[in-house]
Write a protein of this length. Structure first.
Length: 563
C-alpha cells in the first residue's frame, strides 16, 4: 500500500481505541508494544463488516508500529472448511494487508487449552455437567432471577478430571456432558453463570481430523489464544462487551498473561444483511449465484463487482470507529468506490441497448480514426484513437420521437454531438411492420469535428456511440441493491427474503463496446461514458466478454425511491 496516498494514512486525530492504546503506551502497559489480531471463524466468506475489522486491527498496528496476527477461530468442525480459510487469506491480502509469518489457528493450541481447562478443574473452578443443553438453559435464570446450581456442580476434583479425560477419549455421546466454569449462578451478568467451556462434537476437523472429539467454546479459546500469542489489544465488536468479565476471569484464574479487550460498534449496512447464517442461506437456496455474487456484501462479491481495495479501506476510514451501533447508508460505500474509480478508470464507450444510426452523407467504406482522452482526471492517462464510420450504434434512450421540452439528445430533425466526433442531425426514422424503430438515418456536418469545429452550429447535447463495423459484442450485467428496504432482517413478522429486489440483476446480452476493449483482462475496470463504472467478469471468454456494473456515475437510488 502507498501510505502517502491512502486515506488510512496516519492523521493527528485519535479514535477512542487509539486513545486507549496511546494511554497504555504512556503509562508503560505492555512495554509500549501494540500487537493485534484478526480472528475470523472459517465458516463462510468474509463480508464488508469483516473488512472494517481488518482495517481496524491492521491499521491500529500500523499506526503504532506494531504487529497483527491472522488467527482462525477453528473450534467448530461442523461448519468450518479449508475453502473458507483460503478465501479469507485471499481477502485480507487483496485489501492490502500482510500478517507476514504470523498465521495461527485456535487448533494450534488445543493441547494447551485442554491443559488449562484441566488446571481450572484442579483449582476447583470448573466441573463436568451431565445436564442437557436444554436443562442448562432452563436453569440459568433471567437477568432479574438467579440461576440454579447444577446438581453436578460439587463433584470432586478427581471425578471431574476423570470425566473430562473420558470426554476427550470419546467415551460419551454428543450432548451427554459439558465442561462448565464454576463462577456464580447469581451473577447479574448471565455470561458469568457457570458458562460452558467445552462440548463434545464428533466431527472431523479440517486440520486435526479425528484427533479431538471435544472442542472449546469461543469464549475459552479466544482469550487463551490471545494470551498465548501475547496480543496486547483484543479488538471485538460490541456484542462481546458483556463477555469481557469472562475473558478476564479465565485468564486471571489461570494466572497467565492478560491482554486488554476493547469493543467497538460493528458495521451495519443498509439494504443488505450481515449475518453469515443468512448469507449462507442465500447461497444454499441459490437466491444468489454464490458467495462471490456481485450483489453480496462479501469481500469476494465486492471484488468481483469491481470495487477496489483502496475504496473499501477509505470507506472504513470514513465511517470511523464508534462505541454504539448505528446503520451506515450503503450510499457512502458506493460513493467511496465511485470516488476512487473516477481517479483511476479509463473512459471508454459502450452502448448497452443499441439502435443503429446510418450517416447517409458519410462516404461508404471509409473509416477514420478520431482522438479521445482516456481520463480527464489523470494528466498522465493520455489519449487513444477510436474508429468512426458510416454506421454507428447509439443508446436507444438517446433518441426520442416526441421529446419533452428540455430534451437535448437526438430527435427527428434534432441535432446532437457525438462524443469526440461530429454533430449529426436525424433525417428519417425507419420502422418495421410492427412500428418498432429499426434504424435512424442522419446527416453529419463535416466541419463540426470535435476539437476543430468551424461549423458554427450550437448543440446542447453530447452522446456516446460505437462504430458498428468495429464494435465488439459483449454481455453486460447491471447489478443493484439486493434488498428493497434498508433493514430487511428487521421487518416485523416478515422473512428477510421477501424483500429481495427482483431488479437486483438485469442481463443485457447484446451490447456493443469499442474495439479497444477487445483485449480487456479479468478484473479490469472502466468508466463506460455516461453510464457508470464496469469491470470484466470471470465469466468472460475469448468468444464473449462479460462486464459487471460496479456503480453508477451518481447515486440514482435515493431519487428512484422518492418517485
Amino acid at each position: 500500500m502507498d501510505k502517502e496516498k491512502d486515506h488510512l494514512a496516519l492523521t493527528n486525530s485519535l479514535n477512542f481505541i487509539e486513545q486507549i492504546v496511546e494511554d497504555h503506551n504512556t503509562n508503560g502497559r505492555f512495554e509500549k508494544r501494540v500487537h493485534t489480531r484478526f480472528p475470523p471463524e472459517p465458516n463462510g466468506y468474509l463480508h464488508i463488516g469483516h473488512a472494517k475489522s481488518i482495517c481496524l486491527n491492521f491499521g491500529l498496528a500500523q499506526r503504532f508500529h506494531g504487529l497483527t496476527n491472522l488467527r482462525f477461530d477453528d473450534t467448530n468442525p461442523e461448519t468450518e472448511e479449508a475453502e473458507y480459510v483460503e478465501a479469507i487469506e485471499q481477502d485480507v491480502k487483496w485489501l492490502g494487508f500482510s500478517w507476514d509469518e504470523r498465521k495461527f489457528f485456535a487448533s494450534d493450541y488445543f493441547e494447551q487449552m485442554y491443559a488449562y481447562a484441566s488446571q481450572l478443574i484442579r483449582d476447583g473452578k470448573a466441573y463436568v455437567d451431565d445436564q442437557t443443553a436444554e436443562e442448562i438453559s432452563a436453569t440459568r435464570g433471567t437477568p432479574t432471577v438467579p440461576g440454579k446450581e447444577s446438581p453436578f456442580r460439587n463433584r470432586s476434583v478427581e471425578e471431574n478430571l476423570a470425566l473430562f479425560e473420558q470426554m476427550k477419549q470419546g467415551k460419551f455421546q454428543e450432548g451427554a456432558k459439558v465442561l462448565r466454569a464454576k463462577i456464580d449462578m447469581a451473577s447479574p451478568n448471565m455470561h458469568m453463570r457457570d458458562p460452558v467451556l467445552y462440548r463434545i462434537k464428533k466431527a472431523a476437523h479440517h486440520r486435526t481430523g479425528n484427533a479431538w472429539c471435544i472442542y472449546p467454546m469461543y469464549d475459552f479459546a479466544h482469550c487463551i489464544s490471545d494470551s498465548i500469542e501475547r496480543i496486547t489489544h483484543s479488538i471485538c465488536t460490541l456484542e462481546f462487551e458483556v463477555h469481557r468479565p469472562l475473558y478476564d476471569w479465565i485468564l486471571e484464574s489461570l494466572g497467565v498473561y492478560q491482554p486488554q479487550q476493547i469493543e467497538f460498534a460493528r458495521l451495519n449496512l443498509s439494504y443488505t444483511v450481515m449475518s453469515k447464517r443468512k448469507l449462507l442461506q442465500l447461497v444454499n437456496e441459490k437466491l444468489v449465484s454464490g458467495w462471490d455474487d456481485p450483489r453480496m456484501p462479501t469481500i469476494s462479491g465486492l471484488r468481483r463487482r469491481g470495487y477496489t481495495p483502496e475504496s473499501i479501506r477509505n470507506f472504513a476510514h470514513r465511517i470511523g470507529v464508534a462505541k454504539r451501533d448505528n446503520l451506515i447508508d450503503v450510499a457512502l460505500l458506493e460513493f467511496s468506490v465511485r470516488e476512487h474509480l473516477n481517479q483511476v478508470c479509463s473512459r471508454v464507450m459502450a452502448v448497452l441497448n443499441p439502435i443503429k444510426v446510418v450517416i447517409t452523407n458519410y462516404p461508404e467504406g471509409k473509416t477514420e480514426m478520431l482522438t479521445t482522452e482516456n481520463n480527464p482526471e489523470d494528466p498522465q492517462a493520455g489519449h487513444r484513437e477510436i474508429p468512426f464510420g458510416r454506421e454507428i450504434w447509439i443508446e436507444q434512450d438517446d433518441f426520442m420521437e416526441n421529446p419533452p421540452k428540455g430534451y437535448f439528445r437526438l430527435s427527428p430533425q434534432g441535432m446532437v454531438r457525438l462524443k469526440s466526433a461530429y454533430i449529426i442531425q436525424c433525417q428519417e426514422v425507419v420502422k418495421d411492420a410492427q412500428g418498432q424503430i429499426q434504424e435512424l438515418k442522419c446527416l453529419y456536418f463535416e466541419n463540426s469535428k470535435s476539437g476543430a469545429d468551424t461549423s458554427g452550429l450550437k448543440v446542447k447535447g453530447t452522446i456516446h456511440w460505437v462504430s458498428a463495423a468495429e464494435a465488439v459484442d459483449a454481455e453486460v450485467r447491471l447489478y443493484d441493491r439486493l434488498f428493497t428496504v434498508e433493514e430487511p432482517d428487521k421487518q416485523e413478522d416478515k422473512d428477510y427474503k421477501e424483500f429481495i429486489n427482483p431488479a437486483s440483476l438485469v442481463v443485457l446480452p447484446h451490447c456493443k463496446i469499442e474495439p479497444s476493449l477487445r483485449q480487456a483482462k479479468l478484473g479490469e475496470r472502466f468508466q463506460f461514458q455516461r453510464l457508470g463504472y464496469f469491470c470484466v467478469d470471470k465469466d468472460s471468454s475469448p468468444q464473449q466478454l462479460v462486464f459487471n456494473k460496479t456503480v453508477g456515475l451518481k447515486d440514482s437510488w435515493a431519487k428512484e425511491q422518492k418517485k
